[in-house]
Design a binder for this molecule. Sequence first.
Ligand SMILES: Cc1cc2nc3c(=O)[nH]c(=O)nc-3n(C[C@H](O)[C@H](O)[C@H](O)COP(=O)(O)O)c2cc1C
Length: 144
Amino acid sequence: MPKVPLYYYSSVSNLTGRFAEALSRLDGRDVFNLAHAPVRRTEVPGPWVLLTPSYKAGNANEVTLPAGVRSFLRSPMNRRRLIGIIGSGNRNFGVYYQAAARRLAARSGRPILFEFELAGTPEDVARCAEILAELDAALDEATA
Ligand SMILES: Cc1cc2nc3c(=O)[nH]c(=O)nc-3n(C[C@H](O)[C@H](O)[C@H](O)COP(=O)(O)O)c2cc1C
């Protein structure tokens, strides 16, 4: 059964990247880092899931979606094929916890599939892998 690819953004602290790599090791899913310009320049071949941290900008607009994610979503094809969002964040940010993932979900009408803090725990990775496997099965069913 095809596995829906995961595109993630991770900054130099690489907390989100550690989660994405652990997920890939666990279930063999393809993961792509939007911090890399060549990845950002591609168009997705089919349905995909976004994993994004939130970065509170501290400006009046309170932009929290990383620039690398925003640029990837400028492609109408990439926007259309986005089927779900996973958020990484830190509860210390209070009302801004998961702001980027939640705002994008509200704006795009795509569901939040899973949320975790920092690099996540091994239990978070396992639960997220299960949720994505259910999504793979649902997509497979839909296209059968
Ligand atoms: C400057 C800064 C702003 C942040 N703003 C938020 C925020 O608004 N909401 C949130 O949930 N987490 C926020 N975080 C926490 C990060 O989203 C979290 O640490 C994430 O795991 C970082 O992933 P990365 O290391 O892959 O970039 C912020 C972290 C930093 C350093």
